[in-house]
Ligand binder design. Structure first.
Ligand SMILES: [Cu+2]
Length: 168
C-alpha cells in the first residue's frame, strides 16, 4: 500500500512540497489586506534565479511590494477603467506587475518575494503568473488548470479568496 503511494508520487513528478513558485498559506478573506509571499524553491534546471516577475490580477487595485536586500525592485502600472476612492484621493492606476532583479538565488536554496495586497470584495481564485529568469534559461509559471481541473506542468501561483462572512 505504502509503496504504491510512493510510486504514484513519483509518477506525478514534482510533489506539492516542492511545488514551483507558490504563495505560502494561499487563502484569505475577500476585502482583506493580505501579505502574499511568493516562494521560490528551486532554480531553472539547476541554474540560479536572477529575476522574478509577478503579474498582478486585474481585480487587485492595490499591490505594494516589499523591498529585498540584494534585489532591485521595479513595477509597471495600468490605468483603471474606473477610478476608485482611496485614502489619499481617487486611485486611477494600479500596479500591474512587480519585478525583483538581483540575487542570484542559488538553485538549491529557497527565498520568498513579498507583496502586500488589498483583495477584491468578491470570493474566487486569483491567479498570479510568475516569470522566473535564471542565469541560464527561464521558467514561465503561467498556466491555469484546464476544465478537468488537472494541474498543469507550469502552474501560475494561486490564491483562494473566501467570502467575507465565511467562518475561519
Ligand atoms: Cu517546482
Amino acid at each position: 500500500m505504502r509503496s504504491k503511494l510512493i510510486l504514484a508520487a513519483l509518477l506525478l513528478g514534482a510533489t506539492p512540497a516542492m511545488a514551483h513558485v507558490v504563495i505560502g498559506n494561499p487563502q484569505a478573506k475577500a476585502g482583506s489586506t493580505f501579505i502574499a509571499g511568493f516562494r521560490v524553491s528551486h532554480g531553472c534546471a539547476g541554474s540560479p534565479t536572477t529575476t522574478i516577475t509577478v503579474t498582478v490580477p486585474e481585480s487587485i487595485i492595490t499591490a505594494r511590494p516589499q523591498p529585498k536586500a540584494g534585489w532591485t525592485l521595479s513595477t509597471t502600472h495600468a490605468k483603471l477603467a474606473t477610478p476608485v476612492a482611496g485614502e489619499g484621493g481617487p486611485i486611477t492606476e494600479r500596479v500591474s506587475s512587480i519585478t525583483w532583479s538581483g540575487g542570484p538565488l542559488p538553485a538549491d536554496q529557497y527565498d520568498e518575494f513579498v507583496v502586500m495586497l488589498r483583495l477584491p470584495d468578491t470570493a474566487g481564485v486569483l491567479n498570479f503568473p510568475v516569470l522566473q529568469s535564471c542565469q541560464k534559461g527561464a521558467e514561465n509559471w503561467a498556466e491555469l488548470p484546464d476544465a478537468s481541473g488537472k494541474r498543469p506542468a507550469h502552474p501560475a501561483a494561486s490564491l483562494t479568496v473566501t467570502a467575507k462572512d465565511a467562518t475561519p
